[in-house]
Write a protein that binds this ligand. Structure first.
Ligand code: CA
Length: 475
């Protein structure tokens, strides 16, 4: 397998698409043949983790290859300044044709419009599912139809104009983001009962205050705009919870069905134009999502369902088909990986790992022993998740809820006492029982606390002032 030319990049990113709703990841509720085909033709990353489980910061991490503290894009209202180098600006400088279609959510206007793109058409903030307006360099244009279809058609039209020059196109869908409005052609899908996840009735008894404090429980906090109809009045509390879950999942999965059709259309174009072998095709989402696990919807927490993102990549010229990896990889790795495939040097400030040696089999060694996570948007008025940071290793997860908004935009400033959680993922894969106070984990707890401290400093972040330095370390 030898590359004949510089590859194209077709990068589909969706919004809040959990691996559990992709059949390549073992979904028991839906089928995604278009997305699965990317895994069949290349690599499926089973432990791709985000460094901040929120739309805007994750997008910044993907583009810049840096953590939130470096990009300064920490919350939904901190935007990506054009001063930052991204894999797009680097590709464009190296002669690539570049385009962006879809959800940007990184700011608009002078200094914040998408930079490094020859062509861009982006949704204002979250955008609309139907008849969406797209912002372009020339102004705003409203398109009639369904957003997932429109973005696909706009991208295909641009791809068809590129001829033989290498290009990079980002198709960053709005779907399947809340409030989950599907196309009417999918209205009849998923009418059979959808199985409940095993932790649907979680009462958070094995965890600290933050899980109890969050307002993401499907039973209590899904709004009328999410449900679109009222549950039958005769239902009791638990039956209503199941009814709401069903209603939520139906629309969520119907939105995913249109996304999968988009992926099929894009990969179909590549096949029809003999571009498949020389194209790096990527499918990912900006983070995972709770599909009823722990009784929740939404994301934010460092728990597995929102920490994990789907990440699938094919490049037949250089990456063998049918691979799966359990290596700890991150959304900050995507930028350097793309640039290495393009033969373009990564800007020096990028902080991720280059996954190309792992993908090509040149060096299958793990790229990191621990993944660093930090969520800043403390106790916002809709979800009430506390700010926290932590590390995930192959077996363990240590989380420090420092519980302070630090005056950041869009982050609440009510301060609570800090709390720790520690999970043994081998014994407790669903993270139901924190063992932070269990004496038999004292040595592990110390080792992880030191590793977190060191990793945070290695990456240029600062431990929260409330956290005492671990034994053997000083501030
Ligand atoms: Ca998102």
């Amino acid at each position: 397998m030898t590359a004949q030319r510089r590859p194209n990049f077709v990068f589909v990113l969706t919004d809040d698409h959990a691996p559990n709703a992709i059949s390549a990841y073992g979904s028991v509720v839906n089928s995604t043949p278009g997305i699965d085909a990317i895994a069949d033709a290349g690599m499926r990353f089973d432990r791709a983790l985000v460094e901040n489980s929120l739309c805007t910061p994750s997008r910044a991490a993907i583009l810049t290859g840096t953590y939130s503290h470096s990009s300064a894009v920490t919350t939904l209202s901190t935007h990506l300044s054009n001063d930052h180098e991204t894999f797009i600006t680097a590709l464009q400088a190296a002669g690539y044709r570049t385009a962006m279609f879809g959800k940007w959510h990184l700011g608009h206007g002078e200094g914040y419009d998408p930079a490094g793109f020859d062509h861009w058409e982006v949704l204002p903030d979250q955008g609309e599912y139907f008849d969406p307006e797209l912002i372009t360099a020339e102004g705003r244009v409203r398109h009639e139809g369904y957003v997932t279809d429109i973005l696909t058609e706009r991208a295909l039209s641009w791809m068809a104009d590129q001829g033989d020059e290498p290009y990079c196109v980002l198709v960053w869908h709005k779907a399947p983001h809340r409030p989950w409005l599907p196309h009417p052609r999918h209205a009849d899908l998923f009418t059979d009962p959808i199985p409940l996840p095993p932790t649907f009735d979680d009462d958070y008894s094995g965890r600290g205050t933050p899980a109890h404090h969050a307002t993401m429980r499907i039973a209590d906090y899904l709004a009328d705009v999410d449900l679109k109809e009222q549950p039958p009045e005769e239902l009791g509390y638990e039956e209503r919870a199941v009814w709401k879950y069903q209603r939520y999942m139906q629309d969520y999965l119907r939105c995913v069905a249109a996304v999968d059709e988009s992926v099929q259309a894009l990969t179909g174009f590549l096949a029809d134009n003999d571009q498949t072998d020389d194209t790096v095709t990527i499918y990912a989402s900006d983070q995972g999502f709770y599909l009823g696990e722990h009784g929740w919807f939404d994301k934010r927490f460092m728990y597995e369902e929102s920490l994990r993102m789907p990440l699938l990549l094919s490049y037949p010229a250089r990456v063998a088909a049918g691979q799966a990896s359990e290596a700890l990889v991150s959304n900050v790795d995507i930028a350097q990986t793309i640039l290495d495939f393009a033969g373009v040097a990564a800007p020096s400030g990028m902080q991720g790992a280059n996954l190309v040696p792992m993908l090509t089999g040149a060096d299958p060694a793990p790229v990191r022993d621990a993944h660093y996570y930090r969520f800043y948007e403390h106790d916002d008025h809709m979800h009430h998740v506390w700010a926290h940071y932590g590390i995930r290793t192959d077996r363990y997860k240590l989380i420090y809820f420092y519980a302070d908004g630090m005056g950041l935009p869009n982050a609440g400033n009510v301060t609570y006492p800090p709390e720790w959680e520690l999970f043994d993922l081998e014994k407790d894969p669903y993270e139901l029982n924190s063992v932070h106070l269990d004496p038999s984990y004292a040595a592990i707890r110390h080792e992880l606390t030191v590793r977190l401290w060191d990793l945070q400093l290695e990456l240029g972040d600062t431990p929260h002032p409330r956290q005492p330095a671990p034994e053997g370390r000083t501030r």
